[in-house]
Design a protein around this ligand. Structure first.
Ligand code: HEM
Length: 498
């Protein structure tokens, strides 16, 4: 048995090595290293430890070009410049696959299943059902938000408490999105919330292991590694009764009936067809949406709280805006829309710390490869993306690009009035890639922006806050292409003393 495993491992390593060598025979330049047999591995190790620096070098060395970076398993391609970003964003899915590209990191085909990557209708349920119902669902969102901050932070009287930021934002965001997706009482079930939070980490680890396998072994070994059936069974232990009751109601009453709940199950059922209308299939979709929603939004809120406490002179003007708008309009979706300074602050926070190092990851799935309009060729099977974070720091795109300027985007609006070209938080662009860009730009961003603005306004109106160390922002952490706000950063908070 040991012999068999050793042979499989040797086979896997040789095939991966051979494929990576094949990919090395390419005209596209390598940044800061070479594609030699041994040296490419040294370059890959260097990239793993210094990805941000290498990508910045590639960005300025090939301003309108394409360059390559090696990982231990393959070569990835990075495109620069407005025209190329637009070409990648607009390429058809049967040439550059969004779902296979974005799913490659977590090996979504195997960890989550082909239906998720081949028929991603849950994205349309977010684009349609959820976004259409944002104003209607806002009162529930707000009610849960108030309750979640109260219970999760557990602040008493006038006492200052030093709170870890990310673990708390994760719990709060999981609760608010669950209120919208599955309603009460499940959205307050701690086991369910923890399961959803941990699912992403779980899938990420399993995906990294599966990524080490050569393609021929993936169908054989990944079912054991991914343990999808076990994870679905566990999900069904929480959401099974809710889904089954909804399916029964739909079968008896048709697609529309009075008092039909306005939640993720209903939005998914509007689009689910055939075998997607089973409890297991719907539970998997719910997991996929939770995975897209929870970590992204809680890291964005964490970054914003680090920025707010580090650049604390923003607290008073932002608080004044929240109080003024709420005094005039109450806590409504329309009021949240009118918080332009808070919107700008969040967009600026995202600009500086909210983009992946490589944005718009896509997999070349056309057998003939992908050719840019100037003839630059990217081979079949490669992962192609565009420079991400460095675009947000480019002085050609932003004045004083390295400086945090919380009112960068609201200032124009205030000086030129509502008729000016606006850059609200949800606007994507070739110079702002936090939510991606083009047809696959994040469909959840309208909800995310509403939620983030409501959370920040709530914090400003109801809490006092300050940095753990004055003027020091907890440093981002990461390895390779993964960069995120500090998991250990803390801030002081107390109930607001007026
Ligand atoms: C601050 C919070 C968020 C950030 C920064 C974010 C970012 C992104 C990015 C970068 C993409 C890929 C876009 C591309 O490559 O072109 C994406 C896709 C996606 N996001 Fe978000 N997202 C956030 C919140 C959410 C929320 C709250 C939901 C669900 C309610 C959501 C659902 C999705 C889905 C379903 C996709 C796949 C789109 C498709 O199938 O075409 N996201 N998001």
């Amino acid at each position: 048995m040991t012999m068999l495993w050793l042979c499989l491992l040797a086979g896997a390593v040789s095939i991966t090595w051979f494929r990576r060598r094949q990919q090395a025979q390419n005209r596209i330049p390598v940044v800061n290293g070479s594609d030699g047999i041994i040296s490419s591995y040294l370059t890959a190790f260097h990239f793993l430890r210094n990805a941000e620096e290498v990508l910045e070098q590639g960005y300025y060395q090939f301003p309108d070009g394409v360059f390559r970076v090696p990982t231990l398993l393959r070569w990835d391609y990075v495109a620069n410049g407005v025209a190329r970003i637009a070409e990648v964003a607009a390429a058809p899915d049967d040439v550059l696959s969004f779902h296979q590209g974005i799913g490659d990191n977590i090996q979504a085909d195997w960890t989550m299943g082909m239906p998720i990557t081949r028929n991603p209708f849950h994205g349309h349920a977010i684009r349609g059902g959820l976004t259409r119902n944002l104003a209607r669902c806002f009162p529930q969102v707000m009610e849960e938000l108030v309750c979640a901050f109260d219970e999760v932070l557990a602040l008493e009287d006038t006492e200052w408490k030093l709170l870890p930021v990310l673990p708390n934002t994760m719990q709060i965001v999981a609760r608010i999105s669950s209120r919208l997706f599955v309603g009460l009482p499940l959205c307050r079930n701690q086991e369910y919330l923890n399961f959803n939070i941990n699912y992403t980490i779980n899938i990420f680890i399993r995906g990294r292991i599966i990524a080490l396998l050569p393609d021929v072994l993936k169908p054989i070994l990944s079912p054991f590694i991914a343990a999808r059936d076990t994870l679905i069974r566990r999900t069904l232990s929480f959401v099974g009764p809710l889904i089954e009751e909804r399916l029964k109601d739909e079968n008896q009453l048709g697609p529309e009936w009075e008092d039909k709940p306005n939640d993720l199950v209903s939005w998914l059922l509007e689009l689910a067809e055939g075998e997607e209308r089973t409890s297991a299939a719907l539970a998997l979709r719910m997991l996929a949406v939770n995975m897209a929603a929870i970590h992204s939004t809680s890291t964005a809120l964490t970054s914003a709280l680090y920025d707010l406490t580090t650049y604390s002179s923003y607290i008073e003007p932002l608080r004044a805006e929240a109080e003024r708008v709420v005094r005039q309009e109450g806590w409504t979706k329309a009021a949240i829309n009118n918080m332009h300074r808070i919107d700008s602050f969040l967009r600026e926070s995202q600009r500086l710390n909210g983009s992946k190092l490589i944005a718009l990851p896509r997999k070349v799935i056309a057998k003939e490869g992908f050719t840019f309009s100037d003839g630059t060729f990217i081979p079949y099977g490669a992962i192609l993306g565009v420079s991400g974070r460095v675009v947000h720091y480019d002085p050609a795109n932003y004045e004083n690009a390295d400086t945090f300027d919380g009112f960068r985007f609201s200032r124009v609006r205030e000086s030129e009035g509502d008729g000016c070209v606006q850059r609200p938080m949800v606007a994507t662009g070739v110079d702002h890639l936090s939510f991606g860009h083009g047809p696959h730009a994040c469909p959840g961003r309208f909800f995310a922006a509403m939620e983030l603005k409501a959370m920040l306004a709530h914090v400003l109106v109801n809490y006092d806050l300050r940095a753990e160390k004055e003027g020091v922002r907890p440093p981002n952490m990461g390895i390779g292409l993964h960069i995120s706000p500090s998991r250990k950063g803390r801030i002081w908070m107390r109930k607001r003393q007026i």
